[in-house]
Design a protein around this ligand. Structure first.
Ligand SMILES: NC(=O)C1=CN([C@@H]2O[C@H](COP(=O)(O)OP(=O)(O)OC[C@H]3O[C@@H](n4cnc5c(N)ncnc54)[C@H](OP(=O)(O)O)[C@@H]3O)[C@@H](O)[C@H]2O)C=CC1
Ligand SMILES: CC(C)(CO)C(=O)C(=O)O
Length: 302
């Protein structure tokens, strides 16, 4: 057992799951990568500094989780339902679950199955890509935001700090968020602009700094701001635009994940990003024509 008394049961041997496993391997936090049947898990992760980490302590999947396990779901939102249905009978009522994905909607899916489970949410700006031969490349350093999704009156501060410490070992640096909901909306604003526009125009993120994209970016952000505010996550339009432009500059040379998904004919995360926004807008009676159009355009590419 690790010095934090926790083992990470990571679901999926994907890019971020493997990066977490590499962090666990390096810092001697016990972990297992649970793959789909007959899928060989990632064997090696090449870190951004060139170091190679062999995932030799991966103990796979436990048939029944114990009190020391945390279930970590670094999956796309559309993969969560079947993963949670599979893991539900293997968990105890106290097993903490960590959701780590782009976009929103994962918590709502999880709560349909596990209304009272202790749940944490995380988002990361680290980059990683799956490579041939069961390896993963860490493509860029970032940071991780982590917070509890449980009502503050029902949180367990000791568990919060143990989970934060475990993540600090595996996907550092970690900033604990007391308002994870706002942090996730802030990430959504960025993804709602960069992901569909880069995919539709077949461009790198940095191209979105050009003057011709600015009116559209402002319209997307204005709709985002209205919906987020109606959902209890208030942020000024200026702050949203500033954040979006900061990420455009910092990731100028990147192709966004949605650009790559479209390019490789894979399912996109549009339903969890602009699609999520459109659904929330409908519930609140807000008109969001630009986000509706972007959602349809991305779906029509598939
Ligand atoms: N990669 C990155 O750089 C970043 C990713 N993110 C976000 O993190 C999330 C995960 O992304 P990423 O790691 O890139 O995705 P990947 O597609 O690389 O990883 C998901 C993995 O989980 C597997 N999987 C899905 N469902 C199950 C299941 N029920 N049991 C076992 N394995 C399962 C998938 O298998 P299969 O392929 O067979 O479906 C796949 O190997 C996304 O929301 C992404 O946007 C955020 C920041 C950066
Ligand atoms: C921040 C950004 C836009 C970086 O490319 C990203 O999260 C993604 O591509 O999904």
């Amino acid at each position: 057992m690790s010095r934090f008394g926790l083992r990470l049961q990571i679901v999926g041997s994907g890019a971020i799951g493997s990066l977490l496993a590499a962090g666990a391997q390096k810092s001697k936090v016990p972990y297992g990568l649970a793959t789909r049947p007959a899928i060989l898990p990632t064997q090696r992760v090449v870190l951004s500094n060139g170091d190679e980490v062999e995932l030799k302590d991966n103990d796979g999947e436990k048939p029944k989780l114990s009190d020391s396990d945390i279930l970590v779901l670094p999956l796309k939102v559309y993969q969560l339902k079947s993963a949670i249905a599979y893991w539900q009978p293997r968990m105890t009522p106290d097993t903490p679950v960590v959701l780590l994905h782009n976009g929103m909607g994962g918590l709502e899916i999880l709560r349909q199955f596990l209304p009272a489970q202790p749940v944490y949410q995380a988002t990361t700006s680290h980059g990683a890509i799956r490579q041939p031969n069961h390896s993963v490349q860490h493509t860029g350093n970032g940071h991780t935001l982590l917070g509890s999704a449980t009502d503050v009156t029902k949180q367990n501060p000791e568990l919060n700090s143990r989970i934060k410490l475990a993540f600090e070992q595996c996907l550092p640096p970690v900033q604990w968020q007391t308002d994870m909901k706002l942090a996730l909306w802030q990430k959504l604003f960025v993804n709602a602009v960069i992901n569909p526009l880069t995919a539709l125009h077949n461009i790198r993120n940095g191209e979105l700094g050009k003057p011709e994209y600015q009116p559209l970016i402002k319209q997307i952000c204005t709709e985002c701001q209205q919906v987020a505010s109606a959902c209890g996550a208030s942020e000024s339009l200026d702050n949203i635009l500033q954040r979006v432009h900061q990420v455009i500059e910092l990731t100028a040379a990147n192709y966004s994940s949605m650009h790559q998904d479209v390019h490789h004919h894979r399912p996109t995360e549009i339903d969890a990003i602009n699609g999520y926004l459109v659904k929330q807008a409908q519930k609140k009676g807000i008109d969001v024509p630009i986000n509706t159009l972007l959602t349809e355009q991305i779906k029509n590419l598939g």
